[in-house]
Design a protein around this ligand. Structure first.
Ligand code: IMP
Ligand code: MG
Length: 184
């Protein structure tokens, strides 16, 4: 049976064009701030992979990239409050200027954990960049340096962000129809 993902979308929150414009601004700001530094952009898999791919190409200073994979969710829509490292960075981070690139800052549990973990490895600096910030549900205190968009407390999908591992390949950020959750 044919099934188009677009049929499951309730509302588009951020269009592909709006996202691209903001990503270009963030890239320009990061490029100014990291002039002469040892920038390593650390993408938090899997949600930030689309954002990372666009953001790194909007950065004009030399940069390395690396990846971490953490899980705090399972397949539900609420955080479990526990962070599990599924893939770690291989390289020595001494003296590096790390920029953690995340899709969504929600409870803050993931980013506060990652930030502490990476600071312990003797880098020169650690900063945080998130495409989306949902401040309403914050549990852990996190200081973010670069934010794409502040959004309300709604479950979103698209542009890398999933519901039960799906919808990451939508080019925009949107919400799902309630029946999508009910049927799973
Ligand atoms: P935190 O630890 O609660 O801040 O969790 C942040 C992570 O939860 C993000 O990187 C996302 O992977 C996931 N997350 C939070 N809100 C949403 C959402 O609305 N849709 C999909 N994933 C979400
Ligand atoms: Mg994530």
């Amino acid at each position: 049976m044919r099934h188009d993902m677009l049929e499951d979308v309730a509302r588009v929150l951020l269009t592909a064009e709006e996202i691209q414009k903001r990503v270009a601004e963030l890239g320009a700001q990061i490029s100014r701030d990291y002039e002469g530094k040892n920038l390593v952009m650390v993408s938090v898999l899997k949600g930030s992979v689309v954002f990372m791919a666009d953001l790194m190409r909007a950065v004009t200073v030399p940069a390395e990239i690396d990846f971490m994979c953490v899980s705090s969710y399972g397949s539900g829509t609420r955080t479990s409050g526990q962070v599990q490292i599924l893939k770690d960075i291989g390289q020595d981070l001494t003296g590096k200027d790390l920029l953690i690139v995340e899709d969504i800052l929600d409870s803050g549990v993931t980013l506060s954990y990652l930030s502490k973990l990476l600071w312990a490895r003797n880098p020169n600096s650690v900063r945080l960049c998130t495409l989306l910030d949902k401040p309403d549900r914050r549990q852990a205190e996190v200081q973010v340096d670069y934010t794409g968009f502040v959004i309300p407390d709604e479950f979103v999908i698209g542009y890398g962000v999933d519901y039960a591992e799906r919808y990451r390949n939508l080019p925009f950020i949107g919400t799902l129809k309630p029946e999508v959750y009910q049927n799973s």
